[in-house]
Design a protein around this ligand. Structure first.
Ligand code: AMP
Length: 543
């Protein structure tokens, strides 16, 4: 090899992002809408200093390099501080999904080995339900988001108040872990994805490109997407890299509140799942004159398929652009974006809508291919369906301490996404189905297998299959097809009451359809495709 003479050992770490934010953009602001509707506002100078204070405080509490520090919080400035402080002190930021059932949170925090959890005060009732099961947990730090920290807890503000605003970073290897996020899947336990410094830097850098998220120092970015959902789609680190201001919505994500915030703060980019934007569109359709959101460059939508009617509705009726992105927790998360290429800009609105409603083409350094059941790579003809596989520097190479899902990683180095797609000659991906038995409701996963197992434990039930039905608000909701044991029956309320103790409320099926038999494949698996074909529109018909 004729060796490169560049500084190839220069380490790509999140320290450079934090330093950049503090050095070049100290006057840009960070805005948070608090639970009571008041606005908290400070600058990146404050954010940088307080991040250092948090790192010092955590170090004083005994947090060492590689230790996992969990966060259980809404999208706020303090959560941003945790995003910056924890990885840059060499520890690992573990964002906990506050919508999960306490059973799952107990498993996840325990499995990750969280030694400290930083939680919003408003979420303490949730934390109380699982913290006792986290064997590694040594400290809970309370962020006083909706009132003073109760007795017996470490208060975030008091903890950092006495600390220095200078922090001596450790030497961080770019391949060391920076953050963790768990994703619920088909069967088995939630799976932990461990992001590195290098992967996070490369991901943020690519995400910021003009034809990706196109972040600029002039932007004012509103992540409605929760900070526990796959790095909030890279927006916090993207902002640190570029200097874009952050507008955090706090706990209230109702459409009028979001529109008020977008108007008042002159938001230029807002990001969320389709359910959020559907609500916003409905409100704008009622009376768009209430809000001046002309500063908005575009709304980023992802996490579930964005309906073409929504993309078109925003454009046609309100002149607003949506950018549709596809990604996965396992991909940090950005994989592809649905941008219309220059050569097709004049091809008419139908072509443009088709492109913008697809899952788009891959960002740089994400390789895509789709394969059939035998693993044969399929042609990019826009017609042949197969499972999408990806690889790249910010794609998980394995899950954290979990062998159950080892077959998601192919021997030749690709990750099997579970999404069934076509890819056309231009590289545009269109998701046509999912091989994984999960439901995505308002951007949150619901595992059908876990629900089925629980329903089938009910004494009146012989068999149950849970599947995704389309829903006008939540995109998908669970429906259960059930077969009763001879001579037995149970009502919807009885069955839901039976499930309630084990599942988050939003997991409970919207309805139970009594069927004579669950359709099955040749190998006896539930044929959910058939159920979806037959009952997939059930909830759209007002049931
Ligand atoms: P998560 O890891 O929770 O972000 O979920 C990733 C999965 O969500 C993907 O594998 C897809 O099944 C689905 N998903 C994410 N973005 C989109 C999108 N834009 N269109 C359709 N499905 C999506």
């Amino acid at each position: 090899m004729f060796k490169s003479l560049m500084m190839d050992d220069y380490q790509l770490t999140l320290v450079q992002l934090l330093e950049r934010l503090g050095t070049y953009f100290p006057d840009n602001d960070v805005v948070t809408r608090l639970a009571d509707g008041t606005i908290h506002r400070y600058t990146y100078r404050d954010c940088y200093n307080r991040s250092h204070q948090l790192s010092n405080a955590l170090r004083r509490l005994g947090v060492k390099e590689g230790d996992r520090v969990g966060t259980l919080g809404w999208n706020t400035f303090r959560h941003m501080e945790a995003y910056l402080a924890i990885p840059t002190m060499g520890a690992v930021l573990h964002t906990l999904n506050l919508r999960l059932h306490p059973h799952d949170l107990a498993y996840i925090a325990d499995h990750a080995g969280d030694s400290v959890i930083i939680a919003d005060r408003s979420l303490l009732p949730l934390l109380e339900q699982f913290k006792g099961e986290v064997k590694s947990l040594r400290h809970v730090i309370v962020m006083p988001d909706d009132g003073p920290t109760p007795e017996g807890y470490l208060d975030y503000e008091q903890l950092i108040a006495g600390e220095s605003t200078d922090f001596a970073y450790p030497d961080i290897d770019e391949r060391s872990a920076a953050a963790m996020c768990y994703t619920s899947g088909t069967t088995g336990h939630p799976k932990g994805v461990v992001y590195g410094h290098r992967s996070s830097v490369l991901h943020s850098l690519t995400a910021a490109l003009p034809d990706a998220l196109g972040l600029s120092e002039r932007d004012r970015v509103l992540p409605v997407v929760p900070m526990f959902h796959a790095n909030a789609w890279s927006l916090p680190y993207g902002a640190a890299l570029t200097g874009a201001s952050m507008i955090f919505p706090g706990p209230v994500l109702q459409p009028p509140v979001l529109l008020d915030l977008m108007a008042a703060e002159k938001v230029t980019i807002a990001a969320g799942v389709p359910t959020i934007w559907n609500g916003v569109l409905a409100l704008l359709d009622q009376d768009a004159s209430k809000w001046d959101i002309s500063a908005l460059r575009y709304m980023l939508v992802g996490g579930s398929a964005a309906p073409p009617a929504m993309i078109e509705g925003f454009k046609k009726r309100h002149g607003l652009d949506m950018v549709h992105a596809w990604g996965m927790t396992e991909m940090s998360p950005i994989g592809s974006l649905a941008r219309v290429k220059n050569k097709e800009l004049d091809a008419g609105p139908e072509v443009a809508l088709g492109r913008r409603a697809s899952q788009g083409y891959a960002v740089p350094f994400v390789d895509t291919r789709h394969v059939d059941d035998a693993g044969t790579v399929l042609p990019w003809d826009g017609q042949t369906m197969g499972e999408l596989e990806v690889r790249g520097p910010w794609v998980a190479a394995t899950y954290y301490n979990n062998d159950e899902q080892a077959d998601r990683f192919t021997p030749d180095g690709w990750f099997k996404t579970g999404d069934i797609v076509t890819i056309d000659s231009e590289g545009y991906i269109t998701i046509t189905d999912r091989s994984k038995d999960v439901i995505k409701s308002g951007g949150e996963w619901i595992s059908t297998v876990a629900l089925e197992n629980a329903i089938m434990a009910h004494p009146a039930i012989m068999e149950a299959a849970v599947f995704a039905a389309r829903h006008p608000k939540w995109d998908e909701r669970p429906l259960a097809a059930v077969v009763f044991k001879p001579g037995q029956e149970a009502t919807k309320d009885e069955l839901n009451a039976f499930l309630e103790k084990d599942f988050a409320k939003f997991w409970l099926p919207d309805d139970y359809l009594v069927v004579p038999e669950i359709p099955k494949t040749s190998v006896g698996k539930f044929q959910k495709i058939r159920l979806r074909e037959e009952y997939g529109e059930y909830l759209m018909k007002g049931n």
